[in-house]
Design a protein around this ligand. Structure first.
Ligand code: NCD
Length: 319
């Protein structure tokens, strides 16, 4: 694979083989064979705030032996008005092989693939409300390990039922997850208030609900909570936080309705809004595992862009 922009249209085999590659991605190796990207330079180009995505790409690249530079909008020539495309061209001219891009505009990562000169590879680390493919990989990897344990290798998520709850309208995580989870054989239930439901809900391969308590009546294997993404909303869309928490917060009472379900959240969390402390820190929570998995799947994703001997993953994404 040359770029990683979206999880849409992946083949099941390619998705499973990427997840399988991530199983082996734990070493902090020092020998040349454990540093497969020793000749590679990765630029993290972040126009939006990020903690876990940025840190996990930095750690993933450095654990593979790559050199890593991070460019944040604040403190770079972006503040002097340099465009995204010129900034990316500058990074490429300086010798970067991969641009990991986070950008507030949907489609920005794809746009870079259209203009990138010779060899630069692009990974979408979140573009507007569109997609966040490596977060979906982290989530699928985490859930597969929770369900299958040491027998996870080679498995999809057949028959697994996932409920995603909250601000779906502005969530690139939800979109990438729906594509990837359904490609792996899972079924998805999406639960959002009407004003945080996307305009075209029927285009999503999922069942929709506007009432969290009613949706909790259906069996589910995982409940994935989303943050209310205020920074992506117009003032008129902003929900009343207390009313939102009452209707859509995952409390102990609600979590107890599906006592076997794993609890997930891509972070960052607004404690007490979409999820209470007790549920977040409880024994069914996979939230910190999702962060650890994030490093592992990003190592697999970075490796998949290069022809590294011994790598299993087949073509997963576009081109
Ligand atoms: C998400 C994002 O930025 O899209 N966070 C992340 O990358 N883990 C979700 C969010 O910001 O709420």
């Amino acid at each position: 694979m040359r770029h990683l922009i979206s999880t849409k249209g992946w083949s099941r085999d390619a998705a499973i083989s990427l997840l399988d590659d991530a199983i082996t991605m734990t070493a902090r190796g020092q020998t040349p064979t454990e540093r497969p990207l020793a000749d590679v330079t990765v630029a993290n180009l972040f126009y939006e705030n990020s903690t876990r995505t940025r840190v996990s790409f930095e750690l993933a690249a450095s654990r593979l032996g790559a050199r890593v530079v991070t460019v944040l909008a604040s403190g770079s020539s972006i503040e002097k008005g340099e465009s995204l495309l010129d900034t990316a061209a500058t990074l490429e001219a300086a010798g970067c092989d991969v641009v990991v891009l986070r950008h507030p505009e949907s489609g920005a990562a794809w746009q870079l693939t259209q203009v990138a000169r010779t060899g630069v590879r692009v990974i979408n680390a979140g573009d507007g409300t569109n997609e966040h493919p490596t977060q979906a990989l982290a989530d699928a990897f985490t859930l597969r390990e929770a369900i299958f344990g040491s027998a996870a290798r080679g498995n999809g998520l057949d028959g697994v039922r996932v409920s995603i709850v909250g601000d779906i309208r502005h969530s690139r995580v939800a979109r990438s997850n729906v594509h990837l989870l359904t490609c792996l054989g899972a079924s998805v239930r999406l639960i959002a208030p009407p004003h945080l439901t996307p305009n075209n809900p029927n285009d999503w391969p999922a069942t929709w609900h506007t009432d969290f308590d009613e949706a909790l009546g259906y069996p589910t294997d995982a409940i994935m909570m989303l943050r209310v993404q205020r920074e992506r909303m117009a003032a008129a869309e902003l929900p009343d936080t207390e009313a939102y928490a009452r209707a859509f917060g995952l409390t102990e009472r609600r979590a107890a309705v599906q006592p076997e379900a794993w609890i997930m959240h891509p972070g960052p969390v607004n404690r007490g809004v979409e999820i209470t402390d007790a549920v977040l820190d409880g024994s069914r929570s996979l939230i910190s595992t999702q962060v650890t998995s994030g490093v592992r799947v990003r190592m697999a994703a970075l490796t998949s862009l290069f022809d590294v001997p011994g790598r299993q993953a087949r073509r997963a994404g576009e081109r």
